[in-house]
Design a protein around this ligand. Sequence first.
Ligand SMILES: [Zn+2]
Length: 281
Amino acid sequence: MRLPLAALWLTLAISVPLAAQPADWTRPFPGHRVIGNLYGVGSYDLAVFLITSPQGHILINTGIDGSTPLIRNNIESLGFRIEDVKILLTMQAHWDHTAALAEIQQISGAEMWATAGDAPMLEDGGFSDPHFGGKVSFKPVKVNRILKDGEVIEMGGTRLTVVETPGHTRGSVSYTMKVREGGRDYDVVIANMGSINPGLRLAADPTYPGIAEDFAKTFRIQKALPADVWVAGHASQYALHEKYKPGQTYNPAAFVDPEGYRAAVERHEKLYIEYLAAERR
Ligand SMILES: [Zn+2]
């Protein structure tokens, strides 16, 4: 379903619930280098990633509406420019990660690339979201290209692989890349975790057909990914605040955490199994 985007946004923006947003979603946090050309430029909890290259940058996620200045400040504090972002990506089409995409697309002229599963929600501002939909929850953004599972996004020497990890949303996606630092290669995973929002239905009358199988596939895929360094959509998910304190000197080892990655995926899988069992009871 396609809706008249601008008109819809203007009429429905006012109906978006603004209550109950955690303060950590908008609390500033300094931009920092994760490893190599991967930087964290989001808020205290909403993770936004900048992958830099001499040919232009890739930006993954935003935060809620109004987070562009925070993201811009973080990018500039690291010596880069938001205007040099060439490709916009997301990990999941929920408003806490997508609401500033349209604005940043306008500022930078960057292309929005998205999976087939999430593109409709990005283009209708979350209206077609089978769980939170029926209203527009963020400003729609035009999708310029559909990403395929396993495809490699190339930008100035960086090769970022698209790994579809559906369930949290139909088109949820993770990314992997290799980073060479200090004579060593690191496998990096930018993981959309398979978390289950309250009220989601997996088995009987599923939120969308195949959602339970999608989650199962995601855990299987994520467990098989080699991860020296990993990050996720929320800082709390990958223990950012334990790994990095503001002002900390760059150290490629700071985010090395293969055990933490494995444990996090397994924790989400366990919650999924329990959720399914509770639904069937
Ligand atoms: Zn979400």
